[in-house]
Design a protein around this ligand. Sequence first.
Ligand code: SAM
Length: 272
Amino acid sequence: MLHPLIADPSATRHILKKFKLRAVKGLGQNFLIDADIVRGIVEVADICAGDAVLEIGPGIGTLTQGLLEAGAHVTAVEVDKKLPAVLKETLAGYENFRLIEGDILKINLSELMPKPFKVAANLPYYITTQILLTLLEKDLPATKIVTMVQREVAERMTAAPGSKIYGALSVAVQFRSEPRLAFDVPPESFLPSPEITSSVVVCDVHKPPFDIDEDFFFKVVRTAFAQRRKTLLNSLASFGREKLLASGIDVKRRAETLSLEEFAALATALQK
Ligand code: SAM
């Protein structure tokens, strides 16, 4: 069966009109209308026939169609109650598609995706960080996470220690994956056009680089960055001054200068 291409401005307008839909700003709806970007995402996600893929927010099925055409088995989670009826029509005939109606932050993902899977998604901007942190949770068998995010978030995900934008998100992403900024996406590639540039980030998920009590590690990271202008001696005082001084890390430094390994050394010392 030949399917009409959704990633096209007039096709998208036609679908929205037919179903009397408007992009809902509060749900971060900016629909892709650029087939080259869909192809680019499928390519950097390295989609092969038979791959299990989780998509967050399929919208009217634009990226989903690219993934399905590449032979992926797509499970898509969509919160907007108006969209299932649309997807039923736009993706009719694709047998490798499963739609889950609900909120991605409330769904039990280990139950939904128990076997190794990839993520490909044009994320709703208002909950990007929460979604990324959920996807990077320790028990999920995700192998590659490809997301479209605001350029500024992409920069934070890939930031190196010492940079002004290096923060708790950078540490969380880099603890569990190797992220790289794949390409930028201009506002004109969406309907409606957002005011910002977006970027596609590829995170190759790996085992954490060291063995550590993760809950405690992230507690230290979050606390240190909560007052990022303060020295470690001040921002982490609640963990105990003696332990801080014995950690081997210069406590006059600020959180933004610490590598993952140094945070690990600090957390290990503070947990003793
Ligand atoms: N994938 C489509 C595309 O690329 O054109 C739509 C992307 S749009 C930026 C974000 C999508 O996420 C919308 O379809 C929106 O309804 C959906 N969404 C928003 N919040 C969600 C949530 N909490 N759980 C699942 N989907 C959500």
